[in-house]
Design a protein around this ligand. Structure first.
Ligand SMILES: [Mg+2]
Length: 260
């Protein structure tokens, strides 16, 4: 199916700019949401079109995810020159050192771990994902009331600790001891690269923060192109139905930029 005319026009205008950053969320944008996070896979053509875009002059491609850097790298197979931003901006693939936590942050993680053992016992079916700078409580697959109860308990647990940043998502809540945010990370990267324009696509609350950050960033607001994947209220300029339609956007961008 062809892309909506407005989106197609916007992609052509964006692709005509000399230097661009093409960034996208992974889960729910490039890969369908699945029960087991490690079973998630990018849809067909997704990584291929991003790799092809990254090979074009004046084109930088970045994956921006709440996931930790290592699993993100594993699941996408992404390698240079693709850039990876993990843990909502707390980890960046181009930095030589990994994430460095101070003593207070490490102690806080230790406390969270102890309390999350109890939480998981009280709410059967919840899973706790371990990340370098935080823990994520997953309630996907639970009955709606059980899911809400587990996520409320996790939120209350996090709120009891100073220094924990709570980030809710689709049937998940993250408790992080170091937090940057996708919006800040994306604007910072665009600044460092000195690009004319930024594309960003995503499907969740944390991506909404990035849409807003780009709209408010004077350096890039005029030339930004933001796309919400799937349903829900959004601050993005455009919307696509699903992961497959997002791949069509990348392919249109690639064709418009002379890549294929
Ligand atoms: Mg997502």
């Amino acid at each position: 199916m062809p892309l909506p005319a407005q989106l197609s026009d916007a992609v052509h205008r964006f692709a005509a700019l000399p230097s661009i950053l093409v960034a996208t969320d992974f889960d729910g944008a490039l890969a369908p949401l699945v029960l087991d996070p490690m079973e998630s896979r990018p849809v067909q053509g997704g990584m291929e079109s991003l790799v092809a875009l990254a090979a074009l002059p004046g084109t930088v491609v970045a994956l921006v995810s709440g996931r930790a850097l290592e699993p993100l790298r594993q699941l996408t197979g992404a390698e240079d020159p693709l850039l990876l931003i993990g843990s909502h901006g707390a980890e960046e693939s181009w930095l030589p050192d990994g994430l460095a936590l101070d003593d207070t942050q490490r102690a806080l993680l230790h406390d969270l771990d102890a309390e999350l053992v109890d939480l998981a016992a009280d709410h059967p079916g919840t899973r706790v994902e371990v990340k370098p700078a935080g823990r994520v409580v997953h309630a996907r697959g639970l009955a709606p009331e059980a899911s809400t109860a587990a996520l409320d308990a996790a939120t209350a647990l996090g709120a009891r600790h100073t220094g924990v940043v709570l980030t809710p998502g689709k049937e998940v809540v993250e408790l992080a001891v170091a937090h940057v945010g996708k919006g800040v990370a994306l604007v910072r990267l665009a600044e460092e690269l000195g690009v004319d324009a930024v594309f960003y696509a995503g499907d969740d609350t944390t991506d909404e923060q990035a849409f807003v950050a780009l709209a408010e960033d004077h350096g890039h607001a005029a030339h930004r192109l933001t796309v919400r994947v799937g349903e829900g209220g959004t601050a993005a300029q455009h919307r696509v139905a699903d992961e497959h339609e997002l791949v069509e956007v990348f392919q249109a961008m690639l064709a418009a930029r002379g890549g294929r």
